[in-house]
Design a binder for this molecule. Structure first.
Ligand code: ASP
Length: 283
């Protein structure tokens, strides 16, 4: 197993429900694998499941808590849903697995782990995040993580998909990709979150986006050779990244996925320790 947590590690006392109420592949699968590898009792409810038809999320969670579930991994389309569930559920743990355009903390952590493994330290490094920043929870969580560890963040993308500077006081924000690429130590491409666009929101089509903001073979050839390329996935070949770039050894895309299992295992181990420290009962 290629992860930071050993085969023998367990996370006793946890009973997890993965509540996946918005599409997810990498995050759901890596939480499930992390749970299996730690021998943690778990189940997964996905969007559209009959348990949520007409029932509030809190009532679904209460139902599961009555069966002994004490940890909820929540992927939800609404910003703030994990906090709301946590305050409704008292003693249960709630892990944010992505809340709308809000935050995606475990993605931020797995990106930090990937970059720390690559560089040794984040301190003093500049990460350029390119694409649809305004709708991206990944951009938001990376900003907090990278700046906390002494890194710098540059955001770049079409004007209509850039955030207001107030939200990210420490970030440099620009729509000139070629200039930004000259000043970064790593570049992370993001897809346009078409599912989050309001119906009248202006946004470039795939070909225009590729021409202006894509990591094309031509751009990557001009990029310093030690600058790695990241993408949280799912990526659109020949839109955010050219196919040849995605398949080249310039990317850390698959290392990010691998780090995702390790981070989620580490998180569950920590939650198990917290339960033990607090003297909370096993299910
Ligand atoms: N997988 C990431 C997320 O859930 C990125 C994306 O969907 O574009 O936010």
């Amino acid at each position: 197993m290629n992860s930071a947590v050993s085969r023998d590690q367990t996370a006793p006392g946890l009973s997890v429900a993965n509540l996946i109420l918005e599409p997810s592949s990498r995050t759901r699968c890596s939480f499930e694998l992390a749970e299996q590898r730690l021998q943690v009792e778990h189940l997964t409810i996905i969007e559209g499941s009959s348990i949520i038809k007409g029932e509030t999320l809190t009532d679904t969670a209460r139902t599961l808590a009555a069966m002994g579930v004490n940890t909820f991994v929540l992927r939800h389309p609404d910003v703030g849903a994990p906090e709301r569930l946590a305050s409704a559920m008292g003693g249960a743990h709630v892990v944010n697995a992505g809340d709308g355009a809000g935050e995606h903390p475990t993605q931020g952590l797995l990106d930090l782990l990937t970059l720390r493994r690559y560089w040794g330290s984040i301190e003093g490094r500049t990460v350029l995040i390119v694409g649809d920043i305004v709708h991206s929870r990944v951009a938001r969580s990376n900003y907090h993580g990278l700046t906390t560890l002494g890194g710098s963040v540059m955001f770049c993308g079409p004007e209509s998909l850039l955030p207001l500077p107030d939200e990210f006081p420490e970030a440099k924000i620009s729509s000139d990709l070629d200039a930004a690429l000259e000043r970064c130590d790593a570049v992370m491409a993001l897809r346009i979150q078409r599912e989050r666009l309001a119906h009248d929101e202006v946004c470039p089509d795939g070909e225009t986006f590729r021409r202006q903001y894509g990591l094309t073979v031509d751009r990557v050839t001009r990029l310093r050779s030690d600058v790695p390329i990241l993408h949280p996935g799912p990526f659109n070949r020949d839109v955010e990244v050219d196919s040849a770039v995605a398949d080249s050894d310039r990317t850390l895309i698959w290392s990010q996925v691998t780090a995702g299992v390790a981070i989620r295992m580490a998180l569950l181990v920590r939650l198990s320790e917290v339960r033990r420290e607090l003297g909370l009962a096993a299910p």
